[in-house]
Design a binder for this molecule. Structure first.
Ligand code: NDP
Ligand code: OXD
Length: 303
């Protein structure tokens, strides 16, 4: 029984140390597989094209938090996404940065700075800024807590209406009311059949005029043409995006040079290899003991 590791080279020695110290076997890269029947777990971002090569495969472990990029797996193979406090905190930090940028008009001040223009804009208190978090899962809840601590007026929306204590919560069926009170809309959704394209004209039209968009979900959530129209028409005043479609964003894409938009290259979080390996170890042990697999993805739901 062994885990096949198919992630970045720099992470391999860390994974190898953690798994071998725990008494588990790890094979680094498909070229090193001598007995495909011995492979019981695969840890990867992109899985091998031919999973049928591994007859005893029990689980595919996404080395990231999202799983929308993974193809359907053979029946009986569990899909687990990496659960990591480090990922959650990194995305939280990125969202805090982005919220403060838009809350304090940084895109406009950057433009003024390029012109050498010393001009004050009205300053709003955090309490007067209503923030709406789309997706109140692990990361959304953490973000809600931190923004609330800073004094923002925070609400969240989840599919079920579940979320952490302390924030106003809306269900998926209460979209209109949720969006109507979101001066800054933060997207922390998984990409699923239901959420693909959710950041489009219909959603933007329900936001207060001049709202801002902060997006760290997936590129497939955002309709780029609708974003441009909403910015040009004044319905949106600015956006901070960590994810785009496509990725990488082409060098000549309009988003790079639009002063109303700030783009980072999908870096809100990077999985810490120690946490990644520890998650994989927890998956291996849960499978062996017949316990619930941590981070198990409900393929029907898509997250
Ligand atoms: P979780 O699975 O913990 O949370 C997902 C949340 O989205 C849940 O609250 C869920 O509702 C809600 N949701 C799902 N579908 C809908 C819907 N149709 N309408 C409203 N709410 C919905 O995920 P995480 O918080 O761990 O991560 C969220 C996403 O963040 C990841 O899938 C990934 O795409 C992105 N991400 C991006 C990173 C980056 O570097 N940019 C890094 C890490 C993650 P319910 O609670 O009812 O199930
Ligand atoms: C992730 C990501 O899903 O990096 O972890 O986006």
């Amino acid at each position: 029984m062994a885990l096949l590791f198919l992630s970045t080279r720099e992470r391999a020695p860390v994974w190898h140390r953690i798994l071998t110290e725990a008494g588990e076997e790890m094979v680094d890269g498909e070229a090193a597989v001598t007995d495909p029947a011995a492979i019981t777990e695969i840890a990867c971002w992109t899985p091998p094209a031919d999973l049928g090569r591994y007859p005893n495969l029990r689980a595919v472990i996404s080395v990231g938090a999202g799983v929308d990029h993974l193809p359907p797996l053979p029946p009986g193979v569990v899909l687990s996404r990496t659960l990591s406090a480090g990922i959650d905190a990194m995305v939280r930090d990125w969202v805090m940065m982005a919220v403060l940028m838009l809350h304090r008009d940084l895109p406009a001040y950057l433009q003024q700075a390029r012109q050498g223009l010393w001009k004050a804009r009205p300053v709003r208190e955090a309490a007067s800024r209503r923030i709406g978090i789309l997706g109140m899962g692990r990361i959304g809840r953490l973000v809600a807590d931190s923004l609330t601590t800073l004094g923002f007026d925070v609400a969240g929306q989840s599919r079920s209406g579940a979320g952490g204590p302390g924030s106003t919560l809306f269900r998926a069926s209460e979209t209109e009311a949720f969006l109507a009170r979101s001066d800054l809309l933060v997207c922390l959704l998984p990409l699923t059949e239901e959420t693909r394209g959710i950041l489009g004209a219909r959603t933007f039209a329900m936001l207060p005029r001049g709202a801002g968009l902060i997006h760290a979900g997936r590129g497939g959530h955002l309709r780029m043409t609708d974003l441009r129209e909403a910015l040009d028409g004044g319905q949106l005043s600015g956006a901070v995006l960590d994810v785009t479609d496509p990725e990488p964003l082409p060098a000549d894409h309009w988003l790079w040079s639009d002063p109303r938009v700030i783009v980072t290259p999908h870096v809100a979080a990077q999985t810490n290899p120690v946490e990644g390996a520890q998650h994989a170890l927890a998956v291996i042990r849960a499978l062996r003991a017949g316990h619930a697999v941590p981070g198990r993805v409900d393929r029907e739901r898509g997250y």
